[in-house]
Design a protein around this ligand. Structure first.
Ligand code: ADP
Ligand code: MG
Ligand code: MG
Length: 880
């Protein structure tokens, strides 16, 4: 196999083989830009080396052959003591991993050639300084000698010689340091610094291969989701020197501002220095503009090269360059990283400049970036001190008075004050407080805990699992690190970083959200204009429809402003909460049909009013209403609370009749695995009249809206179906009730969230006019993971082991759960060709999952209102 490619042989498309740096060095060479000669050893060679532990057969022969070309072009030979060629050996994988792997500069210097370098190149000072740098870098990267060993020696010698900065060191100082460094290396490794330049080269190449698996590189890849199997390429190139005096220097630049997208000259320059000095921050750089004054010829050439690169890559590029005695050399370029805001602005600018079309502009941005732009941000310029750090569960920045229970949160918020609800963990009882609060902070639970899921759904800031917090609900306070925060004290929580602050950290509202709310016009703000343009184009391009999960008229109205084309999931649980709890308790405790019917009759008009509000907010668009899903005991007080209440009442000799009955009910209804218990369709089949009451409320609400001139489009969705017979039974009753209400055209469908439903989709489709994948439950039941318990318990270990790269609750597991989805789509459509199919789990708003659902042929995705723009954008990106 061929492992080594001269820069003249490659191009920018070959990133898999040559890594990003190598492919782009080849591309610049092809463009005729001034790149020092060199070659790239392929990632394939690295993979072989890492797999076998041995350098692939013939690799070094090939390296030696390629080296001849470099030597010929430079007119110097590696190891020639009179006039040595020096090399840099640089890592570079397919994806940029800045500073994560190793580079060795000045390879080729030895005791013998240092004098030759001095004579033919830049004098003694330069030569000995280069040698010193080589031994340090080589010792560190090849032999693993701790960098501090060298740095301490240097610092000590500077004190001894009475100099402040490196450039004041004399030739004698540098000679002394070279000898000292060689001793350090000897002491740490038991080996001499290699005096054979080829051995130096070969060892450096191996070291770069090995650096792929260094701890920091591995960690970085895990975070950035870069596969560990890719390996790195190695770039070997002739050294050019920016440290040859004031007519030399080195710098980095962007072709436009990576933070804002603004056009102009963005970069730093350092005269009389090598590249690594810029990064190390040893001396202060000057703005790139100053180069115009220092060296106009090189500056003009650089500007023209940057224009060439932007035109050629049709994107923002960043570059590294070095000027050696007035001659400009390009050492690196790549399409540059940028902030979310800059990504949108630059993509739109490039369309204006005619470099790309709108379809391509869509590929230059993504939903994660758009989501970021919708979160309010803290202004951290005052450098507030963090009290604690938890899991960043739902992004955003919120501050308010700390409050420790739901009722109190609602009370304080009703008085017009912002509150942060602080709980050990939350449960459905906390919903009113969560709705009232600006943000939610818990000391327990992970990214899929109740607090996190609900907060994300509401677009509300949440930090969860801040386990340093000692939450004392009864005492209305929490302590952390010996400090106490009591009810009413103001705290700030950052859902993007997980940080918790004492006091009010100022926030900046997001212009992008205000745009979706209709409060900011694209004419007023460049970022908003770019977002508007790209989301609009996504709407034109996409096939997938986007609906929202919304349970109230207010949510529905917001979802509509954010571009939702209907409601894919209207949960009805909240319609049983608050002051309706009383009725639910009566329903559960009913001993006769009459008592039960009375409770249901009490609930019906309340639910009907809720539906009217929602249908009106979504007038003309479909609203999929899910019949009640959670186990009924979730609506009863907790067992412990009831037991205490009963005991206290007994003690005082009071009547605890109702609490006793409730307590008995709670005991009776206790389940070992509530998520696999009496819930969903099972409730509808077991509790007479419950589903019927809801269906009647829906049908009558539709009739009322229609009477008022509206166009309500309700759809009834049955949760947790596993067998067609369940659905048929519910369906028969529902059809009868809908007919009684005098309405028609209400489709009845089911969620597909039990694996058995997916596997018998052909049968279920006979009784369902639509499917909606409940991918939260489908994931939970498909994997057998309790989603309330696993996140903290063992997901970290699973991620570490690479069993999955990302939690399957966050991004759909394509191979397993996704397979269930595909089977159900195929079988369902075969049985009923006009079957409408959507998804309403959290995955509906996850960028990667949206692409999967497009591919699987779904009709729509449904997600929380705040994710709707993200889903619109991603659905567009999936279509172009
Ligand atoms: P990183 O990926 O961490 O940026 P690089 O491989 O780009 O590492 O190299 C580190 C530094 O060495 C850069 O600042 C670069 O400019 C400098 N450098 C690399 N090769 C050469 C060379 N042939 N001549 C001069 N400087 C070089
Ligand atoms: Mg670099
Ligand atoms: Mg479900």
């Amino acid at each position: 196999a061929k492992y080594v490619f001269d820069f003249t042989e490659g191009n920018k498309e070959l990133k898999d083989l040559l890594g990003g740096k190598g492919a782009n060095l080849a591309e610049m060479t092809r463009l005729g830009l001034p790149v020092p000669p060199g070659f790239t050893i392929s990632t394939e060679a690295c993979r072989e080396y890492l797999a076998t532990g041995a350098v692939p057969e013939g690799l070094f022969d090939e390296v030696n052959r390629q080296l001849l070309h470099v030597e010929a072009r430079m007119g110097r030979a590696l190891g020639d003591p009179a006039d040595p060629l020096l090399l840099s050996v640089r890592s570079g994988g397919k994806f940029s991993m800045p500073g994560m792997m190793d580079t060795v500069l000045d390879i080729g210097l030895t005791d013998a050639s240092v004098a030759g370098l001095a004579q033919h190149y830049g004098g003694e000072r330069f030569a000995w300084d280069s040698y010193r740098r080589l031994i340090q870098m080589f010792g560190k990267t090849v032999f693993g000698v701790p960098g501090e060993a060298f740095e301490e020696e240097l610092a000590a010698h500077k004190v001894h010689a009475g100099v402040r900065i490196d450039t004041e060191l004399t030739v004698a100082d540098l000679r002394h340091l070279v000898a000292a460094y060689q001793k350090i290396l000897q002491a740490h490794t038991g080996r001499e610094f290699p005096q054979d330049p080829r051995e130096q080269l070969h060892l450096a190449i191996r070291a770069v291969f090995t650096s792929w698996n260094s701890e920091r590189a591995t960690l970085y890849r895990r975070q950035e989701r870069i596969p560990h199997t890719l390996g790195t390429a190695v770039n070997v190139m002739a050294m050019v020197f920016g440290n040859l005096g004031s007519d030399s220097g080195t710098g980095v630049a962007f072709t436009r501002d990576p933070a804002t997208g603004a056009q102009g000259v963005y970069g730093d320059y350092l005269a009389n220095a090598q590249g690594e000095d810029v990064v190390a921050g040893i001396r202060n750089t000057v703005p790139l503009q100053d180069l115009e004054r220092l060296d106009k010829t090189s500056y003009d050439e650089l500007m023209s090269i940057m224009a060439t690169l932007e035109g050629h890559y049709r994107d923002l590029c960043d570059i590294e360059f070095t000027i050696e005695r007035g001659k400009l050399w390009m050492l690196q370029t790549r399409v540059g990283k940028r902030t979310a805001a800059a990504a949108f602005i630059i993509a739109s600018q490039l369309v204006d400049e005619g470099l790309i079309d709108l379809d391509e502009a869509l590929q230059r941005v993504n939903g994660a970036q758009l989501a970021q732009l919708t979160f309010p941000r803290f202004d951290l310029s005052g450098e507030p001190e963090a009290l604690a750090k938890g899991i960043a569960a739902s992004p955003g920045a919120a501050y308010g008075k700390a409050v420790f229970d739901s009722a109190r949160a609602a009370e304080v918020a009703a008085g017009g004050e912002p509150v942060i609800l602080v709980r050990r963990e939350t449960n459905p009882d906390d919903l009113p407080g969560m709705i009232a609060a600006q943000g939610i902070l818990t000391s327990r639970g992970g990214k899929t805990s109740h607090a996190a899921v609900v907060a994300r759904g509401m677009g509300k800031t949440c930090v969860c699992g801040a386990d340093d917090l000692e939450v004392d609900t009864a005492g209305r306070k929490f302590t952390v690190d010996g400090r106490t925060v009591s009810e009413g004290d103001v705290i700030s929580i950052d859902g993007t970083s997980g940080c918790v602050y004492l006091g009010e950290v100022p926030v900046r509202p997001s212009a992008v959200v205000r745009y979706f709310e209709g409060e900011v016009s694209p004419d007023d703000d460049a970022l908003v204009a770019a977002v508007h343009r790209l989301v609009t184009h996504a709407d034109e391009a996409r096939r997938l429809r986007v609906r929202a999960n919304a349970d109230t008229g207010e949510d529905a109205a917001r979802a509509r402003r954010f571009g939702a084309e209907g409601i894919g999931l209207c949960r009805t649980e909240h319609m049983f909460l608050g002051d309706r709890r009383e009725l639910v308790e009566r329903l559960i405790l009913a001993r006769t049909d009459e008592e039960r019917q009375a409770a249901l009759d009490g609930l019906m008009p309340l639910q009907r009013a809720d539906f009217v509000e929602i249908f009106q907010a979504m007038d003309g668009l479909p609203v999929t209403v899910r019949l009640i899903d959670p186990p009924l005991h979730e609506f009863l007080p907790a067992l412990e609370d009831l037991a205490v209440r009963v005991a206290v009442a007994h003690e005082r000799g009071e009547d605890a009749g109702k609490d006793e009955a409730l307590l008995a009910a709670v005991r009776r209804m206790h389940e070992q695995n509530p998520m696999l218990g009496l819930r969903g369709v099972r409730l509808g089949l077991v509790i007479p009249g419950l589903f019927g009451m809801q269906v009647r409320a829906i049908a009558e609400a539709a009739a009322e809206c229609a009477r008022q001139g509206g166009t309500p489009r309700p759809e009834i969705m049955v949760p947790l179906v596993g067998a067609v017979q369940e659905l048929e039974t519910v369906r028969a009753e529902a059809e009868r009730i809908i007919a009684e209400a005098g309405v028609s055209g209400i489709p009845i469908g089911t969620m597909i969230e039990v694996p058995r439903a997916a596997l018998t989709a052909d049968q279920i489709a006979e009784a369902a006019e639509f499917f909606s994948f409940g991918t939260n439950d489908l994931t939970q039941m498909g994997w057998g993971f309790s989603r309330d318990d696993v996140e903290g318990a063992f997901f970290p270990r699973y991620l570490e082991l690479g069993i999955f790269g990302v939690s399957p609750f966050e991004s759909i597991d394509r191979d397993g759960v996704g397979r269930l989805v595909r089977i159900a789509v195929d079988e369902g459509r075969t049985a009923r060709p006009d079957l409408k199919i959507g998804v309403c789990g959290e995955h509906g708003g996850d960028p990667d999952s949206v692409h999967f659902f497009e591919d699987a042929g779904l009709d729509y995705v449904s997600c929380s209102p705040f994710r709707v723009p993200v889903a619109r954008l991603e659905a567009g990106r999936a279509s172009v």
